[in-house]
Design a protein around this ligand. Sequence first.
Ligand code: HEC
Ligand code: HEC
Length: 133
Amino acid sequence: MRIFVTVLIISAMLFFISGFASSVKVDPIYKNLQVLPKDISKQALDSTMDAFKHALGVGCKYCHAQDKETHHIAFESDDKAEKSIARKMMIMCAGINKQYFSDSSTTIYKTVNCFTCHHGEPIPGMDTIAVRK
Ligand code: HEC
Ligand code: HEC
């Protein structure tokens, strides 16, 4: 009987621990990702944001709003229009790459990304476009 109770307690503990572990695993680091994978690693998120910064020649605050009370950047906030535009641009890039660059024979210039158009400018190349009057 005592063995049976011990086994029962141990299995209850294992059940509890495994349930706890899996709930920890699905708990995301970030609060408001709508385009990027919700379980993205910190490393991948950071390198994506650095790529945005360099492609547009801006700082983090160009897209991310400040918290009105703490004055720290509130990364999860959607208060700046630039962040919403950036989301649309991410979806546009994914669409272009899926439609035109999914062919494995294209190797070097495989991916259209933010830098492809922006080249370090927030509003890319408008001065070079000849407009027909
Ligand atoms: C060109 C605009 C842009 C720039 C510049 C930018 N970000 Fe972002 N950032 C975004 C967008 C858009 C998202 C949301 C992505 C999504 O919805 O999947 C985001 C999300 C994040 C998040 C996740 C917040 C959360 O909890 O949901 C963090 C953290 C973050 N950015 C940090 C940074 C840092 C640090 C910098 C500067 C090095 C930076 N970002 C520069 C557009 C930008
Ligand atoms: C196919 C070319 C192209 C690509 C690729 C592209 N953009 Fe853009 N983006 C533009 C153009 C053109 C504008 C200016 C649109 C306008 O003036 O209305 C712009 C505007 C923006 C703006 C608003 C700037 C402002 O101050 O009004 C943001 C933010 C932005 N892009 C972010 C991104 C990010 C982030 C990526 C990569 C995920 C990206 N873009 C990829 C062409 C591109």
